[in-house]
Design a protein around this ligand. Structure first.
Ligand code: PEP
Length: 255
């Protein structure tokens, strides 16, 4: 397995933060700080900020993503947004299966799979989140949980379509808690997820797959996490809301 063949991607997940003026200020501050990045830079923002983000990042190296999408093309799904609606705007990425969606909004492995399919059909790139709860880690079933979430999410996804997928391993106990997985723990599970993908799609496809780590990654711990063989970038929550911190993580991934 050769890390150098993979594209490192640092993606911010703003969650339900930032009004439009706040989003504008953050993006304007961020642009010059990451302009020389030698990795992919993505900001996944609330729906209400997509237009602002697309406008302000035009001509820059920052790509824009949404934080979720529905599986249907259109219809009676009040409050939802379809993948086609995002693609039509010029959005490139979408986060699917984030643990907060699973925890608070009844997202299951099956609905994650349906959303993944819809996003790929619309031509979007997917950041697919998987990860275990603290109790599951303590029970010693981290690998089983990550394997199950990965396999179900990828049902019906072809090897060619896998090129439009990034997997983000996010141990739920590390998200927004300040409790980061150690670099070795992150590397171990990322490597395991890669082996699951290798069984499904072959070694070559698995070797090329970008697998991020997410969970309290910040300006202080990013370099060590990103130095690991199987950690190809990060999905960043809290630290993506501060331009200098996010830029420091981008710089660490560019080394
Ligand atoms: C996330 O929202 O995906 C995340 C990793 O959050 P945080 O970095 O705040 O833990």
């Amino acid at each position: 397995m050769n890390k150098a063949v993979r594209n490192a991607v640092i993606a911010g997940n703003w969650k339900m933060n930032k009004t439009r003026p706040e989003a504008k200020a953050l993006i304007e501050e961020l642009k010059p700080l990451v302009k020389d990045a030698d990795c992919g830079v993505v900001i996944c923002v609330p729906y209400t900020n997509l237009e602002t983000a697309l406008e302000l990042t035009k001509g820059s190296n920052i790509k824009v993503g949404a934080e979720n999408c529905h599986w249907a093309k259109s219809g009676a799904f009040t409050g939802e947004i379809s993948a086609d609606m995002l693609a039509e705007m010029g959005v490139e990425y979408v986060v699917i299966g984030h643990s907060e969606r699973r925890q608070y909004f009844g997202e299951t492995d099956v609905t994650v799979n349906k959303r993944v399919r819809a996003a790929l059909d619309a031509g979007l790139k997917v950041i697919l989140c998987v990860g275990e709860l603290l109790e599951q880690r303590e029970q010693g079933i981290t690998e089983e949980i990550c394997a199950m979430q990965t396999k179900v999410a990828l049902l019906g996804v072809s090897e060619d379509e896998l090129k439009n997928i990034i997997i983000a391993y996010e141990p739920v106990w590390a998200i927004g808690t300040g409790k980061t997985a150690t670099a070795d723990q992150a590397n171990e599970v990322n490597g395991y997820i890669r082996s699951v993908v290798a069984k499904l799609y072959g070694e070559k496809a698995a070797e090329a797959l970008t697998i991020q780590y997410g969970g309290s990654m910040n300006a202080g711990n990013a370099e060590e996490l990103l130095s690991k063989e199987h950690v190809d970038g990060g999905l960043i929550g809290g630290a993506s809301l501060k331009a200098p911190d996010f830029a420091t993580i981008v710089a660490a991934a560019s080394k």
